[in-house]
Design a protein around this ligand. Structure first.
Ligand code: ZN
Ligand code: MN
Length: 476
């Protein structure tokens, strides 16, 4: 099951990842402990998560906070107001007969939507992120097909899940795996989930090959299995291609022990879930102030950013590491790069010139130097209009005056080179034997001297040099 050219086979894969917020102490809608691993079955339950009639859910605010952290890290837009919906279905692991979840249709608004993640050279779009409760856990005797009974444990029922739904942007099992690994290190760095814990991150995948039906592969319980399961499914569906109508729409189960997928049921349509607004939970407003508080408390996903800087901007690992540790300077860096396409120069400037001396002023409210201003300065330096010491000097002026470099240099004899220092250079050159008399007679010698001055003071305005030189020759 290796060596297939999946892209050529018309493979389309989308993922739905369920990620438990294992950093939470309690469940999503009740105060039961979420520390269910290794416990006796049905030990951590209460009337709310057991779904007894007449009980009312209360939303765990910390879960909202953690979901926002994930949303931010994946570049999603957080909703100003989000709503909960009931997803109705009967299954023994769900004693209420509905799951409290979120919905993106019929007026429903999930907590966040519309982000993306870079996977290798490809941008994978994230359709939405939603909060929902985990169902209980079923244990089968033997396999799911042959078992004559199943046991149910509701300790897991009501554990907070963040579901992440991607667009069908993956062209191979390998890409899906890279995405999942990136996602896992992200939630770990954010301090919201420990992806190593058994069942903490579970994945369903939608796979279709060459225009065949959409097959949902359920219950891929570990990331190790994802690549195997997807490769199996691509191969299986590939056998339909070209020989008929393609694979049918259905839901299949990944059997880890046998490493095959087996048919569970023909796929339900969304209407089968009879989604409707959860009447027991009001809409949740996420105000700007709350967002700000969450963002301030969010740990930097520093390792990931450093990797991205080294990869996408070709920064040296050490520079990428140092820059990415500073959240505000990182933002400044990316913003500057939009108008000045030399990332290494920007990065060196930010961690060399800026840091320490004036960093605090650059990242405060209405900073004196903006990314556009720095970009302009670096372009002047890059174009040879400024020497490095002059650029430093001009930068200090920008910081103290809050003005752009073009404003500061306008009408000046070079930004930091005044007529006095030009005159000093000129007089030194003229003191060299014969230079003055040559220049008086010969325009070529005159221009040669201007060139010499500009070589020694590259930031000087040639017009001012010529004027100074002519004036001083008259005095000779
Ligand atoms: Zn409970
Ligand atoms: Mn779900």
């Amino acid at each position: 099951m290796k060596g297939r050219d999946d892209a050529a086979a018309g493979v389309t894969i989308g993922l739905e990842i369920h990620c438990q917020l294992t950093a939470l102490k309690t469940k999503l809608f009740c105060g039961c402990s979420s520390d269910y691993r290794g416990r006796e079955p049905n030990e951590l339950i209460c009337p709310v998560c057991f779904g007894l009639p007449g009980t009312l859910p209360v939303l765990n605010a910390k879960a909202v906070e953690y979901a926002i952290r994930i949303a931010d890290a994946l570049g999603c837009k957080v909703a100003a107001e989000t709503t909960f919906y009931r997803k109705n279905y009967f299954y023994p692991d769900l004693s209420k007969n509905f799951q409290i979840s979120q919905y993106d249709k019929a007026g429903g608004v999930p907590i966040a939507s519309g982000g993306s993640v870079q996977v290798g050279g490809k941008k994978v779009r994230v359709r939405r992120i939603q909060l929902e409760e985990d169902p209980g856990k079923l244990t089968y005797e033997g396999t799911i097909e042959k078992s004559s009974y199943s046991l149910v444990d509701y300790n897991r029922a009501g554990i907070a899940l963040v579901e992440i739904v991607t667009e069908p942007d993956f062209g191979s099992a390998k890409e899906a795996k890279v995405f999942l690994e990136t996602l896992r290190s992200t939630v770990e760095a954010l301090g919201v989930s420990d992806g190593e814990l058994e069942g903490a991150m579970r994945c369903d995948a939608n796979v279709s090959v060459s225009g065949g039906g959409r097959v949902e592969v359920k219950n891929i319980s570990s990331f190790k299995e994802v690549e195997k399961a997807l490769n199996y499914e691509v191969l299986r569906q590939g056998t339909f291609a070209g020989t008929g109508p393609g694979a049918p729409n259905e839901t299949r189960h990944w059997d880890e022990r046998r490493s095959i997928t087996i048919s569970l049921r023909l796929k339900e349509g969304e209407q089968d879930y009879r989604y409707f607004p959860e009447p027991d939970l009001p809409a949740v407003s996420i105000g700007a102030e709350f967002l700000e508080t969450v963002r301030r408390a969010t740990p930097e996903v520093q390792g990931l950013r450093a990797e991205r800087y080294a990869r996408d901007y070709h920064l040296k690992p050490q520079v990428a590491g140092e820059l990415s540790r500073d959240e505000a300077l990182s933002r400044f860096f990316e913003e500057t790069w939009k108008t000045f396409d030399k990332p290494t120069e920007i990065a060196n400037w930010l961690i060399g010139e800026v840091r320490g001396a004036v960093r605090s002023r650059l990242v405060g409210e209405s900073p004196p130097v903006t990314p556009a201003g720095l970009s302009e300065l670096l372009a002047m330096l890059d174009g040879g209009e400024l020497t490095r010491p002059q650029a430093r000097e001009l930068f200090r002026e920008m910081v103290s005056t809050g003005r752009r470099p073009s404003e500061l240099t306008k009408g000046k004899a070079g930004p930091a080179i005044d007529e006095g220092s030009i005159a000093k250079v000129v007089s030194r050159l003229l003191s060299e034997g014969g230079a003055a008399s040559d220049a008086k007679k010969n325009p070529k010698a005159f221009n040669y001297l201007i060139g010499q001055v500009l070589r020694l003071e590259p930031g000087a305005d040639p017009k001012v040099v010529a004027k100074t030189l002519a004036r001083m020759l008259k005095q000779e």
